[in-house]
Design a protein around this ligand. Structure first.
Ligand SMILES: [Zn+2]
Length: 283
């Protein structure tokens, strides 16, 4: 039984279910400074949020489109940097169908950032609005070839009518967070009902956003996307290896990691879920 949390006791609760449709293999030592140089699986988590507004998704995993979109050079290099395997349980859309949730009833998809392992399933949800930061979209929009590769972005994963369906988080109501959310000072109220509060997690990708919510079981939860690659990184405030400094903005990445670390220390009752953390998927 978790203690009552002052952090978000006023937030309408949602039911959170984690899913993964695939993983990549990469060296643990790259993801966490000082970790062993052994090959590890990094699951691409996405989340179903069962909300009064209907089912909502936080990111959409790889989907089989990852392979379609990386057939040609230079996008094929994605497969070499991050060798991907899909699970037999199928895409996020198929997993929802197995739970009795049809793709057409998903009306909201939250996009933490535009790396290929987070947006693979966007095309599977034709009725959904997309919630993301304008800064994140601006950073990838129009990029192709090596320009897209440098952002780990595959433009073919974006639906043609994306601009009609996107709702930028900068346009959502800005709410000042009480001190008990510290060190996060403000958030965007995604649906305007206080249930999903989006916070900046820049560094790993321009405009990356995470999501505070209150899960029925876990209590206060932060879906932290790639703000850190593991819970251990947050606990021990250890950044990735310097060998991957070229990925994103290193200073901002460290500042975000520091914030997550301080949140962990100040609010141990908050479950922080990094997208690729092996502990999260085991638990
Ligand atoms: Zn990423």
């Amino acid at each position: 039984m978790r203690p009552e949390c002052l952090l978000c006791d006023a937030m309408p609760p949602v039911k959170l279910t984690l899913m993964t449709d695939g993983f990549c293999r990469q060296l643990e030592g790259l993801s966490l400074r000082g970790a062993p140089w052994r090959v590890m699986r990094f699951e691409a988590l996405s989340a179903l949020l069962e909300h009064p507004a209907g089912p909502i998704l936080f990111d959409t995993g790889y989907s089989g489109r990852f392979f379609q979109e990386t057939r040609r050079w230079p996008a094929r290099l994605h497969r070499w940097f991050t060798p991907v395997r899909l699970h037999s349980r199928g895409s996020v859309m198929r997993q929802l169908a197995a739970m009795g949730i049809s793709a057409s009833v998903v009306r909201h998809v939250f996009i933490s950032h535009f790396h290929a392992d987070h947006i693979g399933g966007l095309r599977d949800f034709p009725e959904a609005l997309f919630h993301c930061s304008h800064a994140a979209w601006q950073d990838v929009a129009g990029r192709e070839g090596f320009g897209a590769l440098r952002r780990a972005f595959l433009p073919g994963l974006i639906p043609e009518d994306f601009m009609q369906r996107v709702r930028f988080l900068e346009d959502a109501p800005c709410v000042r967070l009480p001190d008990r959310f510290s060190p996060f000072a403000e958030a965007r109220d995604v649906l305007g009902d206080g249930s999903l509060l989006a916070v900046d997690l820049p560094g790993h990708a321009v405009g990356q956003m995470g999501l505070f919510l209150r899960d029925q079981e876990r209590g206060p939860t932060l879906l932290a996307a790639d703000g850190a690659w593991s819970s251990e990184a947050i606990r021990s405030r250890r950044p990735p290896s310097r060998l991957v400094r070229f990925l994103g903005d290193w200073r901002a990445l460290n500042a975000t990691l520091e914030k997550l670390h301080r949140l962990h220390l100040a609010h141990p009752e908050v479950t922080i879920i990094p997208t690729h953390c092996p502990e999260v998927w085991r638990s």
